[in-house]
Design a protein around this ligand. Structure first.
Ligand SMILES: [Zn+2]
Length: 186
């Protein structure tokens, strides 16, 4: 791990490669979990550790563990499919409603200057997980590609993610459930 940190530190300091999120090397190099990350357990006790912010009847929204930016959300249907046309009308509407709400939450909670919303279908289109549909919602600030690597040190990123989780979670749950041990809980 220390070798990774040293390597990543070097990437920040050369002033060029920081233009992409260097902490994503951990995702690229990490062993991928055997199960589908978009078919997680959705019981209340598992939500915070899985960074799941809300579960609806047919969809869920989670923070990306390997974000391109602070507040990078992933919205997926609960049905395990890579084919958009496989989603019945009701499930698609549920998913789009959650996507719309996720954008609104980011605007309210983080006040980004812009937001990227994207769906990558297939490896050559950039999908990291190819067999389960998921939308990326990435808040953007002017100059963030330079700014974020400086303020989001690799070593503090896991805590940073939970802080982001605790900050966003109340917006997704009008009556927050007692999950996790975050500061927002009673
Ligand atoms: Zn899946």
């Amino acid at each position: 791990m220390s070798a990774h940190l040293t390597q990543e530190q070097d990437q920040w300091e050369d002033g060029v490669r920081v233009l992409w999120a260097p902490w994503r090397m951990r995702y690229i190099e990490a062993e991928k979990p055997s199960g589908c990350i978009f078919c997680p357990a959705t019981d209340e006790t598992a939500l915070r550790s899985a960074l799941i912010l809300e579960v609806t009847p047919h969809s869920h929204v989670m923070l990306n563990k390997y974000p391109y930016n602070n507040g990078h959300l992933l919205i997926a249907p609960r049905r395990h499919t890579a084919v958009l046309a496989d989603l019945p009308e009701g499930e698609f509407i549920d998913l789009m409603a959650l996507l719309r709400r996720a954008v609104a939450v980011l605007e309210t909670a983080l006040h980004p200057q812009g937001i990227n919303v994207g769906l990558n279908l297939g490896t050559c289109a950039g999908a990291g997980v190819t067999d389960h549909l998921h939308w990326h919602v990435v808040p953007r600030w002017t100059g963030d590609t330079n700014f974020m690597p400086v303020v989001s040190a690799v070593r503090v990123l896991p805590q940073h993610l939970l802080e982001s989780y605790d900050r966003l979670r109340p917006y997704f749950t009008p009556s927050p459930d007692p999950v996790g041990k975050g500061s927002t809980q009673r």
